[in-house]
Design a protein around this ligand. Structure first.
Ligand SMILES: [Fe+2]
Ligand SMILES: [Fe+2]
Length: 299
């Protein structure tokens, strides 16, 4: 299937959610280095504010000195800009995923967040690529998998069977069935939503960065974030920075595949950056951090 065919098919899906106008404003705030959580609060609609309150209470319920969070200002002070932007940017995904248990929502969001965080920290530490575009692209990199699951469901099942029975990788099975992977499909959707090209190019090639013609660093950085997101087990690795580093030694070789010699200082900065951002995400989204057996995509 060519890019134009995918776009045609996507346009025919009349229930496809539109990207709320507020999302463009959210991206604008994230891209502005002078912005704060309070700036995001100003553009939130009531349903977003309610979701932020719910998540803030879920994350901190049961912790010492817990007091129910009842105001959005208090929630934002606890949640912070990084996490707030992650929650808001994932809202259209959550509505598309539905609640039928076919995709594990928590695992999917956690994977996306780790990818966004790692991509951003690597971009920032190595001063490579566009760190804001890479962060947004990392958060959204697998949105094409939701599209396939939701709107190309017969193909989704065939892909799953090829992976299970024939031992294909997820991306190879997608290529076989759809003639493209979920990166391309996600990029088509994001293009329809007028997301900036620096972001969509990174998403499009996150499994094949060597094919990227424009914004090649963004694709390579999201690929790095994605690969690290796949190997990390968040619930077991956040007791301490030492433990986190020990359990994730593969991280530095993955980063070095980008073509950089990572110095010891950069190595520590990378771990420190990823660790501290993920610690916040864990508290916010997973609270007790229980796993389920629902299906993931492995992409
Ligand atoms: Fe992927
Ligand atoms: Fe992924």
């Amino acid at each position: 299937m060519e890019r134009d065919d995918i776009l045609k098919r996507l346009r025919k899906i009349d229930v496809l959610p539109t990207f709320p106008a507020v999302m463009a404003e959210v991206i604008g705030v994230i891209e502005d280095p002078m912005s704060s959580a309070a700036d995001l609060a100003k553009i939130m609609d009531p349903s977003m504010a309610g979701e932020v309150l719910r998540l803030a209470n879920t994350a901190y319920y049961g912790t010492r000195n817990f007091r129910r969070i009842t105001s959005i200002e208090h929630a934002i002070a606890i949640v912070g800009l990084e996490q707030l932007s992650q929650i808001i940017l994932h809202m259209p995904f959550l509505s598309m995923m539905g609640g039928d248990g076919g995709l594990d929502r928590e695992k999917f969001i956690r994977h996306s967040m780790i990818c966004g965080i790692v991509s951003k920290v690597v971009s920032h530490t190595l001063r490579t690529g566009d760190e804001h575009a890479v962060y947004i692209g990392g958060l959204m990199h697998d949105i094409g998998a939701i599209i396939i699951y939701r709107y190309f469901h017969d193909e989704w099942k065939t892909i799953g069977n090829l992976v299970k029975r024939e031992g294909y990788t997820w991306e190879r099975a997608e290529e076989e069935v759809l003639s493209c992977d979920h990166g391309m499909i996600g990029a088509c959707l994001l293009t329809m939503w007028n997301i900036p090209q620096q972001v969509t190019n990174g998403v499009m090639h996150h499994h094949c960065p060597q094919k990227a013609v424009e914004n090649t660093w963004n694709a390579r950085l999201i690929d790095t974030g994605n690969r690290f997101a796949k190997i990390i087990d968040l619930s077991d690795n956040l007791a301490s920075l030492d433990e986190f580093i020990n359990n994730n030694k593969d991280f530095v070789p993955i980063v070095e595949e980008l073509g950089f010699d990572v110095s010891l200082t950069q190595e520590l900065d990378l771990f420190d950056g990823v660790f501290s951002l993920m610690k916040n995400v864990k508290g916010l989204l997973f609270g007790a951090g229980e796993d389920t057996d629902d299906q993931g995509t492995g992409c």
